[in-house]
Design a binder for this molecule. Structure first.
Ligand code: FAD
Length: 329
């Protein structure tokens, strides 16, 4: 087994070079060609299933610490994604490896697992989704059940404070849907309270759409939507709900702060984003711009920056399968 230090050296020390892609040849000629997919979220599962359907002889390993369809909060979305598929993972022959990938070597197509194991591939797919950029205590404003309990416990007259990060981030309309839902709740149950939204997307079309909708409803009249610049929120105390802003201190009975996002660490540290936030890919095939036969699917890439949704993840997985199973010219 390769030790972690030399593995890292191999992965990070290589200059990012674009080698000619061998993908269609890999998947067509090698009966036992091995495809390793990191991340069993929406894109990873879809890609695994569609690839197995298109090329049954390919050996596919799908790696994710949560396994598939277990504790994932996205299991529901995933089952929707899978609904048009007559197969389930257990009978497809796709190997599901319940492990965390700690390093990826995009040159040698090798992944290192948390348990010390390593897996080699002919073709590597990364679909690890996103992570919060600065503060992993921030919640996704769509975390409905937690929020509901907090809102119920809140004193009538206290305010709810929501922050929306600078895009791109997962599911762009999500925070606005949440704000609408909170306003409906306040209207019905806490009439003396309001929801204050600090939105870091000045002039965004989604914000504009929701502002128009909010202005037409009685319930949403209690939304105070404030466009702010980066750095407006200086600090937040999650225990007391006290937030330091550029305009002074403010306190929320419930605070739902959402941090900026970026591609999950496993993809960035593999050199697929060249120290940026998102992995660079070719728009049509989703192959990395920096490493041949390495693909990045879903939220982690920069192909659909403003539309990081399950729908797009599915589209990208299908485009990837088409690209690598197409006949070489
Ligand atoms: C609460 C919530 C609600 C949403 N609602 C909607 C909606 O209604 N409609 C919609 O279109 N979109 C919605 N989205 C967005 C949608 O879920 C994402 O756009 C979509 O899941 C992206 O798919 P993905 O495969 O890129 O990443 P994900 O589905 O996030 O999957 C990434 C997977 O990679 C795994 N992983 C990460 N790092 C590693 C590692 N080192 N080793 C192994 N595995 C790893 C993770 O465990 C995870 O399972 C929602 C998102 C959230 C958070």
């Amino acid at each position: 087994m390769v030790d972690r230090r030399s593995f890292l050296k191999i992965a990070s020390g290589m200059a990012a070079t674009v080698l000619p892609s061998t993908s269609p040849a890999v998947t067509q000629s090698c009966q036992g060609a091995r495809v390793v997919i990191v991340g069993a979220g929406v894109a990873g599962v879809r890609a695994a299933v569609r690839l197995k359907q298109s090329a049954p002889k390919i050996d596919i390993a799908l790696i994710d610490p949560i396994g598939y369809g277990k504790a994932s909060p996205l299991a529901k979305i995933n089952s929707i994604v899978m609904m048009d598929s007559p197969v389930s993972l257990s009978i497809t022959g796709i190997k599901v490896v319940s492990q965390h990938v700690i390093e990826v070597d995009p040159v040698n197509k090798r992944v290192l697992l948390q348990n010390g194991g390593e897996i080699y591939a002919d073709l590597l797919v990364l679909a690890p989704g996103v992570e919060f950029k600065h503060d992993d205590r921030t919640s996704h404003p769509l975390n409905e059940s937690v929020q509901r309990r907090q809102l119920e416990a809140m004193h009538d007259g206290d305010n709810v404070i929501v922050t929306i990060p600078k895009a791109p981030y997962q599911y762009p309309q999500g925070p606005y849907i949440t704000v609408s839902r909170i306003a409906d709740y306040l209207h019905a149950s806490k009439p003396a309270s309001k929801v204050i939204v600090f939105d870091h997307n000045s002039g965004s079309s989604i914000a504009e759409l929701y502002r128009r909708q909010w202005s037409r409803k009685v319930a949403t009249a209690r939304i105070e939507h404030v466009e702010v610049e980066a750095g407006y929120i200086a600090a937040a105390d999650y225990q007391t709900g006290v937030i330091d802003t550029a305009d002074g201190r403010i306190r929320g009975g419930v605070i739902a702060l959402m941090d900026e996002q970026r591609a999950a660490v496993v993809a960035r540290e593999a050199g697929l984003s060249l120290q940026g936030d998102w992995c660079h890919v070719k728009q049509r095939t989703l192959e990395s711009l920096h490493y041949a036969d390495v693909y990045v699917l879903g939220d982690a890439n920069d192909a659909a920056q403003w539309d990081k949704t399950a729908f797009t993840a599915v589209q990208q997985a299908d485009a990837f399968v088409r690209a690598i199973t197409a006949s070489p010219h």
